[in-house]
Design a protein around this ligand. Structure first.
Ligand code: DCP
Ligand code: CA
Ligand code: CA
Length: 350
């Protein structure tokens, strides 16, 4: 198994906002999908820990969040900004010279095979300190043999935590975690397992693997292995280049995507040229708008699989630009792809 150091940023979008709005610190606030004028119609993307105390969480309709705490502060999300902070953090992690897999905007897995437990802990402490010093952000780090278990350790130690699960403690650790904390156990799988009489990781580990395979196919085998402390997942090193983007100032401010169709196609063409030159595929598409008052806002979209499709870039960028242009006319637009992975030798990925 791979020895893994897993970094997950704490309340990431909200923490990024606290960096540029220090006055928000200590007050309950959320980052939501809708612009300020439509705040009640949005969805909470994340809540800071003060807001979480009132039961507010990711994925909740904003209207419900305001029901739970009426003086809640609300910020319209600026995913371009969070992506740029993310890129800086990923660069810092790559600086340690170990293979880094960028798992999501605020998560990364590092292959630290060969390090001792003590060396791993020392590295984790150093990473936490540098992220705090350089970005004013906190993260939680989990360390274990196996990517899934390192992630589970980071979940358990949140926020601002550090947890090492040693090989001889893995079983006990797994049994102490709720069944739905096991990667791969989503709400549907969880219900299905419950129906089969399996409601804990321990029960899962002692169940009949053939029954699991019958019910879930190869995912069933994976669940059985994970519950028994075996994770064969490799760390897929992300590309050196973190993102590829292009932007352009419009001749005339645009109020609808229709007006900028050709400009968007041109931007996507240029991005894709670079994508094929760098021999990468991407998993995330971003779009940004600079408004006539010179403020900027951006959105990003995560694909289910790695892609090299220009069509997909145009389709998602158009949707995001349309949403962004609801706030006002655009004078500059940008398109970006990220979560890049080299295609060479990694063809199995997509
Ligand atoms: N996010 C989102 N919509 C969701 C869940 C998350 O847009 N339904 C975004 C906002 C989060 C970021 O992704 O800040 C990372 O998600 P996490 O699940 O890691 O949650 P946080 O980082 O916000 O909090 P935690 O400290 O629990 O990791
Ligand atoms: Ca996080
Ligand atoms: Ca996360």
């Amino acid at each position: 198994m791979v020895f893994v150091l897993y970094v997950d940023m704490d309340y990431f979008f909200a923490a990024c906002e606290e960096v540029r709005h220090p006055d928000f610190k200590g007050k309950p606030f959320v980052v939501g999908t809708a612009p300020e004028s439509e705040r009640f119609r949005g969805v909470v993307q994340t809540a800071n820990y003060e807001a979480r105390k009132y039961g507010i969480h990711s994925g909740m309709p904003s209207i419900k969040a305001f029901d739970l705490y009426k003086d809640l502060l609300y910020l319209h999300s600026d995913e371009e900004y969070y992506e740029s902070v993310s890129a800086g953090i990923m660069k810092l992690l790559k600086g340690y010279g170990k293979p880094v897999e960028v798992v999501s905007v605020d998560e990364a897995a590092m292959d630290i095979t060969g390090l001792s437990n003590e060396e791993a802990l020392e590295m984790a402490r150093d990473i936490k300190k540098r992220i705090k010093d350089e970005f004013k952000l906190t993260c939680t780090i989990g360390i274990s043999s196996g990517k899934a278990f390192a992630k589970m350790a980071s979940d358990k130690a949140k926020p601002d935590g550090l947890m090492l699960v040693k090989a001889d403690e893995l079983k006990r650790f797994l049994y102490s975690c709720a069944l739905d904390k096991l990667p791969g156990v989503g709400s549907k799988t969880y219900e299905r397992l419950n129906e089969m009489g399996i409601s804990s990781i321990q029960e899962l580990s002692k169940s009949d693997p053939m029954v699991l395979i019958d019910a879930f196919g190869s995912a069933g085998k994976e669940l059985y292995m994970l519950s028994n402390g075996i994770d064969n997942a490799k760390i897929v090193e992300s590309s050196e280049v973190l993102s590829i983007g292009r932007e352009v100032t419009l001749k005339n401010p645009a109020t609808s995507v229709d007006e900028i169709k050709d400009v968007l196609k041109g931007l996507a063409d240029e991005v894709m040229k670079e994508v094929s030159k760098k021999e990468v595929v991407f998993k995330n598409i971003g779009a940004k708008v600079r408004y006539t008052d010179f403020t900027t806002s951006g959105k990003s979209y995560s694909l289910h699989n790695y892609s090299d499709s220009e069509e997909e870039v145009i389709k998602h960028a158009a949707t995001m630009l349309a949403a962004l242009m609801k706030t006002g006319p655009a004078r500059k637009i940008g398109v970006r792809v990220s979560r890049l992975v080299k295609t060479k030798g990694q063809k199995k990925l997509f």
